[in-house]
Ligand binder design. Sequence first.
Ligand SMILES: Cc1cc2nc3c(=O)[nH]c(=O)nc-3n(C[C@H](O)[C@H](O)[C@H](O)COP(=O)(O)OP(=O)(O)OC[C@H]3O[C@@H](n4cnc5c(N)ncnc54)[C@H](O)[C@@H]3O)c2cc1C
Length: 410
Amino acid sequence: MANDDAFAIVGASLAGASAAQTLREEGFDGPVVLIGDETELPYERPPLSKDYLMGKSGREKLYAHPAQWYADNNIELRLGQTVTGIDRGAQEVIVAGDGQQPYAKLLLTTGSSPRRLAVPGADAEGVHYLRRVEHSDQIKTTIDAASRIAVIGAGWIGLEIASAARAAGVEVTIIEVAELPLLRVLGREVAQVFADLHAANGTDMVFGAHVTEIGVRDGRADGVRLADGSHIGADAVIVGVGITPNVGLAADAGLTVDNGVVVDAQLRTSDPDIFAAGDVANAFHPLYGKHLRVEHWSNARHQPRAAAKAMLGQEVSYDRVPYFFTDQYDLGMEYAGYVEPGGYDRVIFRGDVPGREFIAFWLGSDGRVLAGMNVNIWDVNDTIMAIVRSGRPADPAALEDPSVPLESLA
Ligand SMILES: Cc1cc2nc3c(=O)[nH]c(=O)nc-3n(C[C@H](O)[C@H](O)[C@H](O)COP(=O)(O)OP(=O)(O)OC[C@H]3O[C@@H](n4cnc5c(N)ncnc54)[C@H](O)[C@@H]3O)c2cc1C
């Protein structure tokens, strides 16, 4: 049993590993206990729908650190263990089948889980969700054996899986309730770029579609039935309809939960000794003056560093501009900023949109750049972030004109 001066971290994935690393880098020499219910070393998930899924990179590339790193840094890594409760009075977490783990400070990096589809047939064999490395392995096996698959949900994960499946020569139908892929996140102008990309790569897309049932034959999914009565045949069905934060522990412990574990800009929950970071945290963002829950890799990397510093009593205020990226077919992009669904006035393009080599800027009604996305153009995202962060109204003509250096707009 570790000492009660331990700093405990629940959730041994990217965010948890990042926090543990920062505690040591900041000179904390007390016990650090990192507990996770998966049996893999803490790993990064983005490759699970990209290179790893396509067999282009191996499992060892996923890991945040090699096993030896945890030993070298005296981090007690407890894998395959589920935390079932937090006793805030006693300052300990309850580990299923393994008693209590006391803590002086506790960090929750419990992440999120795929939202389940609630229609008949959704539990049949051949219906897949993607969150963990074993899911990616199963989907790869499925893609290798299938001649056609259906993907429900044209969000980032659905589109990336579709791209991997097309690369493997599989017929793909994407089924989406909205009129375009990524419509809520990107708005119509840029969502159309992704619709065109997938169409150009031979994916069938059905928009405005309501799934009523997964067809099942002999216990296996054989397609998707829609509200208009049509049936889309498929050898397997992949569901990517969003995620929900894993807030159960926090909620049961009486911490404030609202679209994630509610934390301040120091990543502190309603209990001063408990912090949260990564996908699970709905954190106050000083730049936007409100709480944001960011479900992306960069946030899972950087936010726990701030949380670790706050656990050590340092003054922090986590205010990084949200960032994410995707790779689909020959399109790679980075996005920096934050726009509420429909919360922009216009989009300005700089560069070649049909050729998919451009930068898009989302402008607010006050002329400020709310977000920017560089598509197949590299080494500009820091400047885009600086433009977003500046909060100044930008000249649309200058944003559009590639002869105007981006740096001059930051
Ligand atoms: C397939 C895929 C592709 C992605 N691609 C991109 C991308 O291209 N770009 C991008 O920006 N982001 C991407 N993301 C998002 C990014 O991976 C996540 O934002 C990131 O993984 C969040 O990290 P986290 O550590 O907060 O949570 P998670 O990665 O969800 O880890 C939380 C961990 O805590 C464990 N846990 C939960 N509850 C308990 C408990 N009670 N006891 C013990 N352990 C527990 C979970 O099992 C899990 O291991 C992708 C995600 C997926 C799934």
